[in-house]
Design a protein around this ligand. Structure first.
Ligand code: FAD
Length: 456
């Protein structure tokens, strides 16, 4: 259910594993423009998403006006989500996924199967499935309603959400001579993202607090948006000579959030449906792709090795928790770096959320490394493996650059050199060196003595 990046990557991964997969999705009912990071483009290239790559706009420099200074911060690719999502679905079809355009209306678990009703122009259709993937992004409803595997109706879900934020978007006609680019700017009410596509369209997206009662009703949005523009110093320059497409202001909810449970024996929630990051990170699509890639071995395990259900779901949940917690801490640091309006409601709440003492990038040596059994991906399944858990990798790492770390430590203790190890693990010497450097940076050879000293 849902054909954004998470749904498509999940579906294509499952087809690669030999399963028969259908996506039911409907086009996004509002205009959306986003920035795509370089690593997302690399993933699309690596996994052969040719149609999608051609739908990506130009790579531009993002100009940031933050805390009173202006600088070119990083690069992003301009993305018209409508074109991007259509191209993703074409790639999915080319890879063997059946794509159905329809709006999901109802789903129900019955006799070990999912019964799904969806609406197409010709009317209501029904379909059954052995396994269901919830990939409807922020519109996902499955885990909101699930009590325990397959049962719908109760409300004991676990939901974590950042201070309520909404993104208000308006599009403009501008001269096609204006060079493509993006900018970010802050003001006491929030922050804004401005985009020029280089072909005559400009988009202004303003992120504001939207706790209960803070946004006007739909009829008042246009005036509210104009008032925000008046308060945003950069807007005068950005919108000089721009003519609005129409008086339409579209609204998207944008607060970071995480919903549990993430899955059961016959369902999994992927992408924004299980964890949505603050758009400030510019990484939502990257995580959605990663979520889809990780989902395939998890589902493969749930279907074909049901005795490993617990570890498969643990793997998926820990992955989400790590990304969510790190993303929220990074967001807090970023909001706190805008110091001009510490008492303004928008900034005050976000510089203090989440309220815990964590840091986004812990020093690898701030806690001694430990050796644990944890679920990892191996040969298309989730399996338990001995991994190294460090402060910066709480989910554990079992191989670096294709070299299994514990095996490498054992081999070194037994007197093998880099060449021996390269031959033993079927990799190049430089891969062995890079894995060993990773271990050295975390004092592992020393810790290893504690666990396996008797092997030397
Ligand atoms: C305001 C805002 C700005 C953002 N900017 C960026 C950015 O600059 N860079 C970035 O990387 N990320 C950005 N993101 C995050 C990014 O949009 C998401 O992380 C990403 O799209 C999640 O992918 P997904 O596949 O989980 O869900 P989605 O991409 O949301 O896909 C879900 C799909 O399900 C469909 N669907 C929903 N309900 C139904 C239904 N009932 N029946 C059938 N189909 C349905 C939807 O139409 C959609 O096609 C932004 C998010 C927001 C809210």
């Amino acid at each position: 259910m849902g054909g954004g990046p998470a749904g498509v990557f999940t579906a294509c991964g499952l087809v690669r594993l030999g399963l028969s997969v259908k996506i039911i999705t409907r086009p996004r009912p509002f205009p959306a423009w986003e920035g795509l990071s370089e690593r997302s483009v690399e993933s699309l290239r690596h996994f052969g998403y040719g149609e999608t790559l051609t739908a990506i706009g130009p790579r531009v420099a993002r100009e940031a006006h933050w805390n009173g200074t202006s600088q070119i911060q990083n690069q992003e690719y301009i993305l018209n989500r409508e074109k991007f999502d259509q191209a993703l679905l074409k790639d999915a079809q080319n890879k063997g996924v059946q794509v159905i355009e329809g709006r999901i209306e109802k789903l129900e678990p019955r006799a070990g199967q999912w019964h799904i009703s969806y609406e197409i122009p010709a009317g209501r259709q029904d379909i059954t499935a052995d396994f269901l993937v919830e990939a409807r992004g922020r519109e996902a409803k499955l885990s909101h309603a699930i009590r325990s595997e397959g049962e719908i109706g109760a409300r004991n879900r676990d939901f974590t959400v950042a201070p309520a934020t909404s993104a208000l978007l308006k599009s403009y006609h501008v001269s096609p001579e204006l060079e493509a680019g993006t900018s970010v700017a802050t003001f006491p009410e929030g922050w804004a993202w401005y985009l020029l596509d280089g072909q005559g369209t400009a988009v202004l997206q303003i992120f504001v607090s939207s706790e209960k009662g803070e946004l006007p009703p739909k009829s008042g949005l246009n005036i509210f948006f104009s008032e925000l523009i008046e308060k945003l110093p950069q807007a005068r320059d950005w919108l000089s000579g721009a003519v609005v497409h129409d008086e339409q202001v579209s609204v998207r909810t944008a607060a970071a959030n995480r919903t549990k449970p993430v899955g059961g024996k016959n369902y999994l929630v992927v992408g924004d449906g299980s964890m949505a990051l603050d758009p400030l990170s510019g990484n939502g699509i990257f995580y959605a792709i990663g979520s889809g890639l990780a989902a395939a071995p998890v589902i493969n395990t749930l279907l074909h090795r049901p005795e490993h259900e617990k570890q498969a779901l643990q793997f998926f949940q820990e992955r989400i928790d790590f990304a969510f917690e790190g993303g929220c801490l990074m967001g807090r640091e970023f909001y706190a770096s805008e110091e001009r309006w510490p008492e303004a409601n928008f900034w005050k709440t976000r510089r203090n959320w989440p309220g815990n003492a964590g840091v986004p990038h812990p020093d690898p040596l701030s806690k001694p490394a430990e050796i644990h059994e944890k679920p990892v991906v191996r040969d298309g399944y989730i399996e338990l493996e001995t991994v190294i858990v460090t402060a910066d990798h709480p989910r554990g790492v079992w191989q670096v650059d294709g070299v299994p770390l514990i095996e490498l430590l054992k081999s070194i203790t037994d007197g093998a050199n880099d060449e021996d190890n390269a031959a033993k693990f079927g990799v190049e010497k430089k891969q062995v060196i890079s894995a060993y450097k990773w271990l050295l940076a975390r004092n592992l050879p020393e810790i290893f003595q504690k666990y396996f000293g008797n092997l030397s």
